[in-house]
Design a protein around this ligand. Sequence first.
Ligand code: PGA
Length: 261
Amino acid sequence: MKKKLIIAGNWKMNKTPKEAVNFLEKFLINVEASKCKTVLFVPFVDIEACARLIEKSNINIKIGAQNFYWEDSGAYTGEISIPMLESIGTQTLLVGHSERRINFGETEQEINKKVKRAINSNLDLTLCVGETLEQRDSDKGQESVLFQLKNALENVPKSLIHKVCIAYEPVWAIGTGKTATPYESNKMCRFIRMCIEKMYGSEVGLYLDVLYGGSVNEKNCKSFFEMSDINGILVGGTSLREDCFGEIVKVADNLMAERSE
Ligand code: PGA
């Protein structure tokens, strides 16, 4: 697959706005000449500072939010809406991360509401799916991923599915140092592509972006980039260090240069 590689970072609940700007000032040097699509999902409070810095630099990197609410305004204490996020420069959204599903009890139905609201905005989104260790061990990995896909994308029309990127993140590989092997993750990413093709038609499966996430770092990233059905990665812990995250961008760029030779 000769698509542009996507490198997405998820900072989770890390970095103050000052630390975020500090990171970006060093990190942007790595992405200046990059041909990859780079994305950073940062805490709400960091978005505006990051977006401003990037706007000034003209560098190809998107700033995203890790969560949002599906209503635009109203009596929803503590929540943040898409129009609010857009107003501070947010360019993309993350939905259904397993930490939100597991630690904050986010349901399939809530994820579906968020997806439907997001596709009707100007922002694109990355939907996370992935099986737990228990599901994997009982051979229910594909079944649970399909269940999440079907629920999250219920009533999402074909005309808007191009706004959705899928991140396959096996729960047991997140923050554990354990990665699915590139072969295993590629198999699941291919399965995801096939599910989307069945739901929306083969042409959609071809242009769908599918990422792998779970303990990816600068040393193992190449083995995922080389896989036929993976066209990017979602990186947690390693995205917090500008040197390591920058190295990942370099690895991806070198690979893209080799491919175009
Ligand atoms: P990790 O996290 O790279 O630290 O395993 C990935 C993620 O949660 O997106």
